[in-house]
Design a protein around this ligand. Structure first.
Ligand SMILES: *Cc1c(COP(=O)(O)O)cnc(C)c1O
Length: 378
């Protein structure tokens, strides 16, 4: 089947001309690694997050790993997280030598179920990594109450949640460690990259050390290495992109919220009953609408693959976020398996991501919805 309309991807970055020019300036400047652009980007991020210290890195994955290292999490410690996230969320726990523990998700929010999280706490539990999936925040009041009660550190995986709010406060402007990603599909990007919001200057100093080989400056001309660090710094090329993106964060978030509202209006009140599909939680105050995900009606094995193929035939791209982490081979080898987290397994099998990005128009939403309806409503 062919169509006159161009293919609509599920995600696409928007880099404006001013940002492209700023990157050119960096490339011509003679200084392209971490430097003034990264410093300026960190200062603007800090201002955006209410003045809390912020350090940048070359991925959202290593930001979480470094947060765990700063918190002193390691062998013998358990860290609780959700089975429905990008695998990075659990991999970082293993990377620092700790043990991942999963708690099943809440079918309404598709985020970690806080009752199940609390039930999974043991004397070895040291931290929680909640994920604000698709930009919809976990209940922050209850999560931090649980953390305080059990004396646990929190590393929020806010990779998808820049611009999201909880009770009117920006995600990242409060709480413990908050980790963001600037990977290409995220609401703002640096190509690849990430940042960590920290609690104080001492943690910020440790973050700088872990991101560059564990190096500390000492004396007038000396350096020392007293911990194992990695090579995780952001370049000024990335910093320049980040500055250009952050300048547009309000418009980006507002446009995504508008597109999400248009999705709901186009699907209409009877869509769920007519199709058997499930729309996301209609939270327009808190979510930044990083992803617009629906749960398909279960038509047996291959339900999602058939749906995605039928959407592509109508020139509409879709994505799949995410396969349950506990069912990956490496996790099965660590003792996890089928049947342990039934809500995650069902949603992992039937979730599909529809197009959502800043350059999208309301007409694009209408195309996507018409394609979904043509497949699901007979
Ligand atoms: C993107 C993402 C990450 C990883 O970020 P990178 O910058 O790709 O390393 C982690 N968790 C979630 C939920 C993500 O969406």
């Amino acid at each position: 089947m062919t169509s006159a309309l161009p293919f609509l991807p599920f995600s696409q970055p928007t880099i404006d001309e001013a940002t492209i020019a700023a990157v050119g300036d960096v490339l011509r400047s003679g200084w392209i690694t971490s430097g003034p652009k990264v410093q300026a980007f960190e200062a603007q991020l800090s201002a955006y997050f209410g003045g809390r210290p912020v350090r940048t890195f070359n991925s959202g994955t290593c930001t979480m790993e470094i947060a765990l290292r700063i918190a002193g999490i390691g062998p013998g410690d358990e860290v609780i997280t959700t089975p429905i996230s990008w695998v990075a969320t659990a991999n970082v726990i293993i990377e620092v030598g700790a043990t991942p523990v999963f708690a099943d998700i809440d079918p309404a929010t598709r985020n970690i179920d806080l009752d199940k999280l609390e039930a999974a706490i043991t004397p070895r539990t040291k931290a929680i990594i909640p994920v604000h999936l698709s930009g919809l925040p976990v209940d922050m009041d209850r999560l931090y109450a649980i953390a305080a009660k059990h004396k646990l550190r929190v590393v929020e995986d806010a990779a998808q949640a820049i611009g999201s709010r909880w009770n009117g406060k920006r995600i990242g402007s409060f709480g413990d460690f908050v980790s963001f990603s600037f990977q290409a599909n995220k609401n703002i990007t640096t190509g690849e990259g990430g940042c960590l919001v920290l609690n104080n200057a001492e943690e910020a100093r440790l973050a700088e050390k872990y991101r560059l080989q564990g190096v500390t400056r000492s004396g007038v001309d000396g350096i020392d290495v007293d911990v194992l660090g990695g090579k995780y710094n952001m370049s000024d090329i990335m910093g320049a992109i980040g500055l250009g993106q952050l300048a547009n964060i309000e418009q980006i978030t507002a446009h995504r919220r508008e597109l999400a509202r248009h999705y709901f209006a186009q699907f209409g009140a009877d869509f769920e009953a007519a199709s058997g599909a499930q729309l996301p939680l209609a939270d327009f105050d808190n979510s930044n609408w990083h992803l617009f995900q629906i749960i398909l009606p279960d038509r047996g094995p291959g339900t999602r693959a058939a749906f995605m193929t039928a959407m592509a035939a109508q020139q509409v791209g879709t994505g799949y976020h995410y396969a349950p982490i506990h069912l990956f081979t490496m996790y099965k080898e660590r003792g996890f398996g089928e049947g342990m987290f039934p809500v995650a397994e069902k949603i992992g099998r039937l979730t599909v991501t529809l197009p959502m990005f800043y350059a999208m128009s309301k007409a694009d939403v209408e195309r996507a919805v018409a394609a979904v309806k043509a497949i699901l409503i007979k």
